[in-house]
Design a protein around this ligand. Structure first.
Ligand code: MN3
Length: 202
């Protein structure tokens, strides 16, 4: 049995349609995410990493030049699993409770948060991710290149992300990354998952 497994999507493949189509999820989860899982298993086979959890593999490989390929694949496994839960059918809307308070304190309001998040996602040159992170006192928006992840930034907890690699949106939106990010924020963003991640910050 392989150590790292491809988790099932937390919803039906057509649940996010038309904002993220079943066809996109078919490729993105079934091909891209699966390939990162397979490659990670191949790379850890017979090494010390085989006994580690996915998160520990990512942290151990981070910043080591000799482990760049392992880091890229393992981090992409984690990033994608996290990303699927950032979306849900009939999502979007506005947060409540502590998340709502923090959004207000950190950005002013939900519209301003979306504006800033979208700007970060659009300005990430080439492949990468846009993130909403919590540092223990306030929320901020960051972006990372390729497979880089807030998991390796001590004191930062990832609350939400959008994949801005072309494979995330090209089938549905072609080159229109802003339309994809806007649709995720407005229609499928899972604020309950944001709240859950905030609660788990420590
Ligand atoms: Mn992807």
């Amino acid at each position: 049995m392989s150590h790292i497994v491809l988790p099932a999507l937390p919803y039906d493949k057509d649940a996010l349609d038309p904002h993220v189509s079943a066809r996109t999820l078919d490729f993105h989860h079934g091909k891209h995410h699966a390939a990162y899982v397979n490659k990670t298993n191949e790379l850890i086979k017979g090494t010390k990493y085989e006994a580690m959890s996915l998160v520990d593999i990512i942290k151990a490989a981070a910043g080591q030049q000799s482990e760049t390929v392992l880091f890229n694949n393992a981090a992409q496994v984690w990033n994608h699993t996290f990303f699927w839960s950032c979306m849900r059918a009939k999502g979007g809307g506005a947060p409540t409770g502590r998340v709502a308070e923090l959004i207000q304190a950190s950005f002013g309001d939900v519209a301003k948060f979306k504006e800033e998040f979208k700007a970060a996602a659009i300005s990430q040159f080439g492949s990468g991710w846009a993130w909403l992170v919590f540092d223990g006192s306030k929320l901020s928006i960051t972006k990372t290149a390729n497979a880089a992840t807030p998991l390796t930034q001590p004191g930062h907890t990832a609350l939400f992300t959008v994949d801005v690699w072309e494979h995330a949106y090209y089938l549905d939106y072609q080159n229109r990354r802003p339309d994809f990010v806007g649709a995720v924020l407005d229609h499928v963003m899972n604020w309950d998952f944001v709240a859950e991640n905030l609660k788990n910050h420590h």
